[in-house]
Design a protein around this ligand. Structure first.
Ligand SMILES: [Zn+2]
Length: 299
Protein backbone atom coordinates (compact mmCIF):
# COMPACT_ATOMS: atom_id res chain seq x y z
CA UNK A 1 0.00 0.00 0.00
CA UNK A 2 1.09 3.59 -0.46
CA UNK A 3 2.07 5.80 2.39
CA UNK A 4 -0.54 8.21 3.70
CA UNK A 5 0.42 11.82 4.14
CA UNK A 6 2.02 12.51 7.50
CA UNK A 7 -0.77 13.52 9.89
CA UNK A 8 1.47 16.08 11.49
CA UNK A 9 3.19 17.95 8.65
CA UNK A 10 1.11 16.55 5.77
CA UNK A 11 4.22 15.63 3.79
CA UNK A 12 4.06 12.52 1.63
CA UNK A 13 7.27 12.74 -0.31
CA UNK A 14 9.58 12.60 2.66
CA UNK A 15 8.21 9.49 4.40
CA UNK A 16 9.59 5.97 4.32
CA UNK A 17 8.60 2.54 5.65
CA UNK A 18 10.52 1.94 8.87
CA UNK A 19 9.07 -1.46 9.76
CA UNK A 20 7.04 -3.72 7.52
CA UNK A 21 4.86 -6.53 8.83
CA UNK A 22 2.08 -8.49 7.21
CA UNK A 23 -0.57 -6.61 9.17
CA UNK A 24 0.90 -3.15 9.57
CA UNK A 25 3.62 -0.79 8.53
CA UNK A 26 5.40 1.72 10.71
CA UNK A 27 6.23 4.83 8.74
CA UNK A 28 8.90 7.41 9.47
CA UNK A 29 8.40 11.01 8.39
CA UNK A 30 11.80 12.54 7.75
CA UNK A 31 10.31 16.03 7.65
CA UNK A 32 8.93 16.13 11.21
CA UNK A 33 10.63 13.13 12.81
CA UNK A 34 7.37 11.34 13.64
CA UNK A 35 6.86 7.58 13.45
CA UNK A 36 3.35 6.26 12.99
CA UNK A 37 1.55 3.06 12.14
CA UNK A 38 -0.38 2.39 9.00
CA UNK A 39 -2.78 -0.48 9.52
CA UNK A 40 -3.21 -3.08 6.85
CA UNK A 41 -5.46 -5.41 8.83
CA UNK A 42 -8.45 -4.13 10.81
CA UNK A 43 -8.19 -4.64 14.56
CA UNK A 44 -11.01 -3.95 17.02
CA UNK A 45 -9.20 -1.74 19.53
CA UNK A 46 -11.83 -2.06 22.28
CA UNK A 47 -11.66 -5.86 22.08
CA UNK A 48 -7.87 -5.76 22.04
CA UNK A 49 -7.67 -3.64 25.20
CA UNK A 50 -10.16 -5.90 26.97
CA UNK A 51 -7.83 -8.79 26.09
CA UNK A 52 -4.79 -7.01 27.44
CA UNK A 53 -6.44 -5.54 30.55
CA UNK A 54 -8.18 -8.37 32.32
CA UNK A 55 -11.22 -7.93 34.58
CA UNK A 56 -9.04 -7.55 37.64
CA UNK A 57 -5.58 -6.02 37.83
CA UNK A 58 -2.74 -8.18 39.16
CA UNK A 59 -2.68 -7.71 42.96
CA UNK A 60 0.76 -6.57 43.82
CA UNK A 61 2.66 -6.81 40.57
CA UNK A 62 4.77 -3.72 40.04
CA UNK A 63 2.94 -1.93 42.87
CA UNK A 64 6.05 -0.01 43.91
CA UNK A 65 6.82 0.85 40.31
CA UNK A 66 3.36 2.37 39.81
CA UNK A 67 3.43 4.22 43.11
CA UNK A 68 6.78 5.81 42.29
CA UNK A 69 5.66 6.62 38.81
CA UNK A 70 2.43 8.28 39.95
CA UNK A 71 4.29 10.16 42.69
CA UNK A 72 6.68 11.55 40.04
CA UNK A 73 3.71 12.73 37.95
CA UNK A 74 2.13 14.34 41.02
CA UNK A 75 5.38 16.16 41.79
CA UNK A 76 5.68 17.35 38.17
CA UNK A 77 2.17 18.80 38.33
CA UNK A 78 2.29 20.39 41.81
CA UNK A 79 4.42 23.45 40.90
CA UNK A 80 1.88 24.30 38.19
CA UNK A 81 -1.20 23.86 40.35
CA UNK A 82 -0.43 24.28 44.04
CA UNK A 83 -3.97 23.86 45.40
CA UNK A 84 -5.87 20.60 44.87
CA UNK A 85 -8.24 21.07 41.93
CA UNK A 86 -10.06 19.00 39.36
CA UNK A 87 -8.26 16.34 37.36
CA UNK A 88 -9.14 14.27 34.31
CA UNK A 89 -7.10 11.12 33.70
CA UNK A 90 -7.34 10.18 30.02
CA UNK A 91 -6.59 6.47 29.69
CA UNK A 92 -7.22 6.01 33.43
CA UNK A 93 -7.19 2.18 33.29
CA UNK A 94 -7.82 0.80 36.82
CA UNK A 95 -7.75 4.31 38.33
CA UNK A 96 -4.47 4.16 40.30
CA UNK A 97 -3.45 7.72 39.43
CA UNK A 98 -6.92 9.04 40.27
CA UNK A 99 -6.77 7.39 43.71
CA UNK A 100 -3.41 9.02 44.44
CA UNK A 101 -4.68 12.51 43.59
CA UNK A 102 -8.00 11.99 45.45
CA UNK A 103 -6.07 10.99 48.59
CA UNK A 104 -4.38 14.40 48.35
CA UNK A 105 -7.60 16.39 48.13
CA UNK A 106 -8.18 16.50 44.38
CA UNK A 107 -11.45 15.71 42.62
CA UNK A 108 -10.79 13.29 39.78
CA UNK A 109 -12.58 11.82 36.78
CA UNK A 110 -11.23 9.23 34.38
CA UNK A 111 -11.95 7.95 30.89
CA UNK A 112 -10.77 4.85 29.06
CA UNK A 113 -12.02 2.74 26.15
CA UNK A 114 -11.28 -0.51 28.04
CA UNK A 115 -14.51 -1.68 29.64
CA UNK A 116 -12.79 -4.22 31.93
CA UNK A 117 -10.59 -1.56 33.49
CA UNK A 118 -13.41 0.96 33.90
CA UNK A 119 -15.74 -1.56 35.57
CA UNK A 120 -13.00 -2.39 38.06
CA UNK A 121 -12.29 1.29 38.74
CA UNK A 122 -15.99 1.94 39.31
CA UNK A 123 -16.13 -0.88 41.87
CA UNK A 124 -13.67 1.20 43.87
CA UNK A 125 -16.10 4.13 43.72
CA UNK A 126 -14.12 6.12 41.17
CA UNK A 127 -15.82 8.51 38.74
CA UNK A 128 -14.85 6.72 35.52
CA UNK A 129 -16.40 6.54 32.08
CA UNK A 130 -16.02 4.39 28.99
CA UNK A 131 -15.32 7.25 26.59
CA UNK A 132 -12.78 8.75 24.23
CA UNK A 133 -11.36 12.26 24.28
CA UNK A 134 -13.84 13.09 21.53
CA UNK A 135 -16.96 11.52 23.05
CA UNK A 136 -16.58 12.54 26.73
CA UNK A 137 -19.06 15.23 27.85
CA UNK A 138 -18.32 16.26 31.45
CA UNK A 139 -20.29 18.88 33.41
CA UNK A 140 -17.40 21.23 34.06
CA UNK A 141 -13.82 22.03 33.00
CA UNK A 142 -10.65 20.50 34.46
CA UNK A 143 -7.63 22.22 36.01
CA UNK A 144 -5.35 19.37 34.98
CA UNK A 145 -5.69 16.76 32.24
CA UNK A 146 -3.24 13.86 32.47
CA UNK A 147 -2.25 11.49 29.69
CA UNK A 148 0.29 9.03 31.05
CA UNK A 149 1.40 6.86 28.13
CA UNK A 150 -1.89 7.45 26.37
CA UNK A 151 -1.36 9.89 23.50
CA UNK A 152 0.60 7.32 21.48
CA UNK A 153 -2.50 5.06 21.50
CA UNK A 154 -4.80 7.61 19.86
CA UNK A 155 -5.95 7.24 16.28
CA UNK A 156 -5.57 10.97 15.72
CA UNK A 157 -3.62 12.69 18.52
CA UNK A 158 -4.07 16.17 17.06
CA UNK A 159 -7.85 15.85 16.89
CA UNK A 160 -7.92 14.42 20.43
CA UNK A 161 -5.82 17.30 21.75
CA UNK A 162 -8.27 19.81 20.30
CA UNK A 163 -11.15 17.95 22.01
CA UNK A 164 -9.31 17.84 25.33
CA UNK A 165 -8.44 21.52 25.12
CA UNK A 166 -12.18 22.25 25.19
CA UNK A 167 -12.38 20.41 28.52
CA UNK A 168 -9.49 22.39 30.03
CA UNK A 169 -9.95 25.40 32.35
CA UNK A 170 -8.51 28.62 30.94
CA UNK A 171 -5.36 28.47 33.10
CA UNK A 172 -5.27 24.67 33.25
CA UNK A 173 -2.48 22.34 32.12
CA UNK A 174 -2.32 19.24 29.98
CA UNK A 175 0.31 16.80 31.27
CA UNK A 176 1.62 14.32 28.72
CA UNK A 177 4.03 11.44 29.19
CA UNK A 178 4.95 9.31 26.16
CA UNK A 179 7.73 6.84 25.31
CA UNK A 180 10.67 8.58 23.65
CA UNK A 181 11.16 6.84 20.30
CA UNK A 182 14.70 8.18 20.01
CA UNK A 183 15.63 6.37 23.22
CA UNK A 184 14.22 3.09 21.92
CA UNK A 185 16.02 3.43 18.60
CA UNK A 186 19.23 4.31 20.37
CA UNK A 187 19.20 0.98 22.15
CA UNK A 188 17.86 -1.08 19.31
CA UNK A 189 20.82 -0.36 17.10
CA UNK A 190 19.30 -1.81 13.98
CA UNK A 191 16.37 -1.31 11.71
CA UNK A 192 13.29 -3.50 11.44
CA UNK A 193 13.22 -3.48 15.14
CA UNK A 194 10.04 -4.20 17.04
CA UNK A 195 11.51 -4.18 20.54
CA UNK A 196 9.57 -1.63 22.50
CA UNK A 197 7.17 -0.94 19.71
CA UNK A 198 3.64 -2.12 20.34
CA UNK A 199 1.78 -2.56 17.07
CA UNK A 200 -1.94 -1.68 17.27
CA UNK A 201 -1.49 -0.35 20.78
CA UNK A 202 0.99 2.37 19.92
CA UNK A 203 -0.09 4.04 16.72
CA UNK A 204 2.38 6.92 17.12
CA UNK A 205 6.01 7.08 18.26
CA UNK A 206 7.17 10.52 19.31
CA UNK A 207 10.55 12.14 19.22
CA UNK A 208 10.97 15.35 21.20
CA UNK A 209 10.77 17.49 18.06
CA UNK A 210 7.65 15.71 16.74
CA UNK A 211 5.87 16.07 20.08
CA UNK A 212 6.74 19.78 20.15
CA UNK A 213 5.36 20.19 16.64
CA UNK A 214 2.16 18.33 17.53
CA UNK A 215 1.50 20.50 20.60
CA UNK A 216 2.22 23.63 18.61
CA UNK A 217 -0.22 22.47 15.91
CA UNK A 218 -2.86 22.07 18.67
CA UNK A 219 -2.24 25.74 19.66
CA UNK A 220 -0.69 24.76 22.96
CA UNK A 221 2.38 26.30 24.60
CA UNK A 222 4.50 23.46 25.91
CA UNK A 223 7.74 22.71 27.70
CA UNK A 224 9.15 19.23 27.13
CA UNK A 225 11.73 17.37 29.16
CA UNK A 226 13.38 13.96 28.95
CA UNK A 227 12.63 11.70 31.89
CA UNK A 228 12.60 8.09 33.04
CA UNK A 229 15.63 5.93 33.71
CA UNK A 230 16.42 3.40 31.05
CA UNK A 231 16.90 0.11 32.89
CA UNK A 232 18.62 -3.17 32.21
CA UNK A 233 15.10 -4.61 31.91
CA UNK A 234 14.22 -2.16 29.13
CA UNK A 235 17.26 -3.08 27.09
CA UNK A 236 16.78 -6.82 27.55
CA UNK A 237 13.08 -6.47 26.80
CA UNK A 238 13.83 -4.58 23.57
CA UNK A 239 16.33 -7.19 22.51
CA UNK A 240 14.29 -10.29 23.35
CA UNK A 241 11.05 -9.01 21.97
CA UNK A 242 12.61 -8.07 18.68
CA UNK A 243 14.85 -11.12 18.38
CA UNK A 244 12.88 -13.99 19.77
CA UNK A 245 9.49 -13.55 21.19
CA UNK A 246 7.05 -11.30 19.47
CA UNK A 247 8.44 -10.27 16.16
CA UNK A 248 6.39 -12.56 13.99
CA UNK A 249 3.97 -13.89 16.56
CA UNK A 250 2.68 -10.62 17.96
CA UNK A 251 -0.59 -10.80 16.11
CA UNK A 252 -1.32 -14.47 16.75
CA UNK A 253 -0.54 -14.30 20.43
CA UNK A 254 -2.48 -11.20 21.24
CA UNK A 255 -5.51 -11.17 19.07
CA UNK A 256 -8.00 -13.65 17.76
CA UNK A 257 -6.57 -16.75 19.45
CA UNK A 258 -8.19 -19.62 21.33
CA UNK A 259 -8.91 -19.41 25.07
CA UNK A 260 -6.30 -22.07 25.91
CA UNK A 261 -3.59 -20.37 23.92
CA UNK A 262 -4.53 -17.10 25.56
CA UNK A 263 -4.17 -18.63 29.05
CA UNK A 264 -0.74 -19.97 28.17
CA UNK A 265 0.23 -16.64 26.68
CA UNK A 266 -0.78 -14.72 29.81
CA UNK A 267 1.11 -17.19 32.01
CA UNK A 268 4.28 -16.82 29.92
CA UNK A 269 3.79 -13.09 29.80
CA UNK A 270 3.44 -13.00 33.59
CA UNK A 271 6.67 -14.97 34.16
CA UNK A 272 8.48 -12.92 31.57
CA UNK A 273 7.08 -9.72 33.13
CA UNK A 274 8.34 -10.71 36.59
CA UNK A 275 11.88 -11.26 35.31
CA UNK A 276 11.86 -8.02 33.34
CA UNK A 277 10.42 -6.09 36.30
CA UNK A 278 13.32 -7.20 38.55
CA UNK A 279 15.81 -6.02 35.93
CA UNK A 280 13.62 -2.95 35.48
CA UNK A 281 14.76 -1.66 38.84
CA UNK A 282 18.36 -1.59 37.61
CA UNK A 283 18.99 1.74 35.89
CA UNK A 284 21.82 2.01 33.40
CA UNK A 285 22.35 5.71 34.00
CA UNK A 286 20.53 7.06 30.96
CA UNK A 287 17.50 9.22 31.61
CA UNK A 288 15.68 9.56 28.31
CA UNK A 289 13.11 6.77 28.28
CA UNK A 290 10.15 9.11 28.14
CA UNK A 291 9.14 12.60 27.10
CA UNK A 292 7.19 14.73 29.56
CA UNK A 293 5.28 17.72 28.24
CA UNK A 294 3.42 20.35 30.23
CA UNK A 295 1.15 22.27 27.91
CA UNK A 296 -1.07 25.31 28.39
CA UNK A 297 -3.56 27.06 26.17
CA UNK A 298 -2.09 29.86 24.10
CA UNK A 299 -3.45 33.20 25.34
ZN1 LIG B 1 5.67 14.70 9.13
Amino acid sequence: MGINNCILCNSNNNTEIYIQHRDFEIVYCKTCNLYYQQTVKHVDLEEMYNNIYQAKPPDTKNKRYWKNRIKAIYEDICPHHKQPGTLLDVGCSYGLLMEYFISRGWRAAGIDICENAILHAREKGLNCHIATAESFRPDGKFDVIVMDNTLEHFKNPLKSLFSLKDLLAQDGIIYIRVPNVESVILFSGFRNFLGNMKPFEHLFYFSKSALALLLHAANLNASIKLDGNVSLGNILNCYLRSKLVLKDYWQDLNYGISANKKKLYFLLKHIYGEIISVLGSMPVGVRNKELVAIAKKQI
